[in-house]
Design a binder for this molecule. Structure first.
Ligand code: XBP
Ligand code: MG
Length: 254
């Protein structure tokens, strides 16, 4: 195993609990704007998360949960318009500081920077959404802290395909074993492991039952000095929360 040089973060569910209280709300607002009576409640949204990508998720909903829906216009245009409206609502939600980063995220990001390790982002979500989340939680200057922000339609095949992580490795000019990924979902882990990058999971309410086979360890969250993290499965660690030393330990065990 090579030396750890780069920590690559997933965004939704990993950096912040954006799905239930962010994306879901924004989708519903876009549906109201368009005069549609579709409501994605928390349970239904959990099922829809099987498919990554907002446009892809709307199509999946139409095919599998609302197949009686008839539209006279171009369905691809409808989906694109709904998604554009949803992105506006989502960014507005973040600008109102509706969503905070998960426990330990700000601390670990600062420790990674202090230790001179690199940081990158590999996500399925739309680039504007990443920018808005970073700006609203860490400040605009924090966008420069990331050596690569790989997001959305920049690759044709979204997670669970490995494309977004392979793109990231290419941009960073690093090999997979010089990196460590943080993910929260089975689709995310399939994607990062598909790119052969050692992966640690911090799960969330929607991903408790996901299959994380191949991940080094699964934790409930990153933890803080006064809020220990719990190991759900995998390699044990020598501290009560995730530090840079722990990242190096986990990486060495991959
Ligand atoms: C999560 C996703 C995204 C978001 C919605 O990505 O699958 O589709 O749910 O964002 P990740 P968009 O966990 O990789 O961050 O509507 O912009 O796709
Ligand atoms: Mg995620």
């Amino acid at each position: 195993m090579k030396q750890l040089k780069m920590v690559i973060f997933d965004v939704d569910g990993t950096l912040a609990e954006t799905e239930r209280d962010g994306h879901r709300i924004a989708f519903n607002r876009a549906f109201i704007d368009a005069g549609l009576d579709w409501v994605w409640n928390e349970d239904l949204y959990g099922e829809l998360l099987a498919v990554t990508g907002g446009k892809e998720r709307i199509r999946y909903f139409l095919n599998n949960f609302n197949s009686d829906f008839r539209y006279e216009g171009n369905i691809n245009e409808l989906i694109a318009n709904l998604h554009a409206a949803k992105t506006k609502h989502y960014v507005a939600l973040l600008e109102s500081n509706a969503i905070a980063l998960r426990p330990g995220v700000i601390r670990l990001i600062n420790e990674i920077r202090d230790a001179g390790l690199g940081m990158a982002i590999a996500t399925t979500t739309t680039p504007e959404n990443v920018t808005a989340l970073i700006k609203s939680t860490l400040g605009e200057h924090a966008l420069d802290w990331f050596d690569c922000i790989a997001a959305g339609d920049i690759v044709p095949a979204k997670k669970p395909a490995p494309d977004i992580f392979n793109y990231c490795l290419q941009q960073l000019d690093l090999s997979a074993d010089e990196c460590l990924v943080f993910e929260d979902s089975a689709n995310g882990v399939l994607s990062s492991l598909g790119a052969k990058i050692p992966t640690v999971v911090t799960l969330n309410t929607y991903t408790q039952e996901d299959n994380f086979r191949g991940a080094i360890s699964v934790f409930n969250h990153l933890g803080e000095p006064d809020m220990p993290c719990s190991l759900i499965s995998g390699q044990t660690i020598s501290a009560s929360y995730i530090t840079v030393d722990v990242l190096k330990e986990l990486h060495a065990q991959a």
